[in-house]
Write a protein that binds this ligand. Structure first.
Ligand code: ZN
Length: 133
């Protein structure tokens, strides 16, 4: 079951500059910075009520975020939904015809298991499912 918007992911070219902007906007410093080696990204997280803002900077231009920033400006990259059972949600969404980028959940930032849906079936929006590990 999808329970809430867990976070909104924003691709940035300079995470230190973006941290300063979002810290001023939100009136708080990020509560976490974390490198996800498997994705070649440096992330930072801010809490906004029950949801979060995730800033993502590529540590390798060949990474997904690096390629996104080659084609697009900085901006919203994905929306992430909190789910109670990520494997069950992947099977449910696959049976409804959604296109899965990841057929199985994998480790993500902020202590989550994650998987992405292809934006071609979700109105151009890259959707992440995440579940607490
Ligand atoms: Zn995310």
């Amino acid at each position: 079951m999808i329970r809430k918007v867990e976070h909104i992911g924003i691709a940035v070219s300079d995470i230190h500059a973006a941290n300063a902007v979002f810290a001023a906007l939100l009136g708080q410093a990020p509560y976490k910075e974390e490198t996800v080696e498997s994705e070649h990204v440096l992330t930072s997280f801010f809490r906004v009520g029950e949801t979060k803002i995730e800033l993502l900077m590529a540590t390798d231009p060949q990474s997904a975020i690096g390629k996104f920033l080659e084609k697009n400006r900085e901006g919203i990259h994905h929306i992430a939904f909190d789910v109670d059972d990520i494997e069950a949600e992947l099977r449910r969404l696959e049976s409804l015809g959604f296109s899965l980028i990841h057929r199985e959940a994998k480790p993500g930032a902020d202590g989550k298991k994650i998987a992405f849906l292809h934006p071609k079936r979700t109105a151009g929006v890259l959707v992440e499912l995440c579940q607490d590990r």
